[in-house]
Structure formats: C-alpha cells, structure tokens
Design a protein around this ligand. Structure first.
Ligand SMILES: [Zn+2]
Length: 219
C-alpha cells in the first residue's frame, strides 16, 4: 500500500493538504506519492474555475482520472478512497431524487479492476463508518488529518445533499439502511456490462470521443 496526494492547485488549501499528508506518511511509515497538476498538465483547478460553472464536478473528474491513471501505470490492484457512510448515503439520496439510475448502479463499496480496459477498481474502506466515527478514531488515535474545507465547496451539491440527509436520516441506522437498500437492489438487477471506447487524446477509457478529463483540462 502507498499513499497518493493530488495537488490540484486550489490556493493554499492544496499546500496545507500536502503538508498534512507528509506528516501522516511519516507517522505511519508509508510512502507518499504526489501528483502536482500544474507540473503535469500546466493548469490547476483554480484555473479551471473560470471556465467551469460546476467546479466541484470538474474537480471530481480530474481526481477520478488521475487516481485511475496513477494506479494503472504503477500496477496497483485497487484505489482506496476515504468515502464514508455519510458521503454514500447522501450520494444515493441525491441520485434517487434525480432518477440517476446509471449513477446508482455504479455506486457501492467495491468496483472491479479491469486491467485490459485500463480501469482500476475502487474500494471504499470506510463505507460503513460515519463521518463522526472517523473523526473520533483520528482524534483518539492521534492520526494526522486535515480539517480545512475546500473554498470551492461552500454551497456545492454534495454539501446540500448532506444537509437534506441529516434532516431525513439522523441516525447511523437510517444512513446504513439507505446504503444497504441500494446494495441489495444492485445484487438483484442486471446491470449491462460497459464496453468502453478509448480517448484519442490520452488513450484511457471513455464512453465515446475525447474523454471528460481531456475536455476539462483543455477548457
Ligand atoms: Zn483523454
């Protein structure tokens, strides 16, 4: 296992995040890899902000792409992310309200690695733990973490989703039920295998044409 930090150039937020990851890497003795968007692509999320109304969605595209690319090129079996129960329950609820069946079918604790398609699976190791439980664990075990909120996040959809979630599902059990309902439905549904095509610019999988990452960084 190794750590990966994506320095996306979001003002001082990205620098502070990197410092926290370096401290964590020293603390737990695990190698930290850093990808700096400015060095690799000569642009930053701050630059993209002027061209993208939905900067959080563009930033999400960049993060997913860079994590997959790094894991593929360095032969990792999986990418582990820190999504927790609150993130998942809010995501599921948002997609139910918006009838995004495709998005719902792609959620879950584990997605498969299909190396021949250049797709590295993702595991969400904190999937059944709430935000609060994670926070308590870190405080009690003196784990180095980083408590600053991204300045782009204020008022974004994810935060709005969580506000709704906290009104409707005020306990751990209710959040768990939301997530487990979808897990169960997914098991009983026949999701079509996705046959990817490959981006003519970067060679990574996409639904069709130039991939969303290449389109995003090109502005
Ligand atoms: Zn591409």
């Amino acid at each position: 296992m190794e750590l990966l930090y994506l320095h996306l150039g979001i003002g001082s937020y990205s620098d502070h995040g990197l410092e926290a990851c370096r401290r964590l890497s020293d603390q737990i003795g695990i190698k930290l890899n850093v990808i700096t968007m400015k060095d690799e692509y000569n642009t930053t999320v701050d630059d993209l902000k002027d061209k993208n109304e939905k900067i959080c969605s563009a930033c999400g595209t960049v993060k997913r792409y860079l994590m997959n690319k790094f894991a593929f090129e360095n032969n990792f079996d999986f990418v582990a992310t820190g999504h927790n129960l609150d993130d998942e329950a809010a995501f599921v609820m948002h997609n139910v309200f918006n009838r995004n069946i495709d998005q719902l079918s792609r959620t879950g604790m584990v997605t498969k690695t299909i190396r021949e398609n250049k797709l590295i699976g993702r595991v969400k190791l904190l999937y059944y733990l709430t935000e609060k439980e994670n926070m308590l664990y870190c405080i009690l075990n003196k784990v180095n973490f980083y408590n600053e909120e991204c300045k782009n996040a204020s008022g974004n959809q994810q935060i709005k989703n969580k506000e709704i979630l906290y009104k409707l599902a005020d306990s751990r059990d209710k959040k768990l039920s939301i997530v487990k309902t979808i897990d169960k439905l997914k098991k009983n549904s026949d999701v079509k295998e996705w046959v990817p095509s490959y981006c003519p610019e970067c060679g990574f999988p996409t639904t069709k044409g130039i991939c969303k990452f290449c389109r995003t960084i090109a502005g």
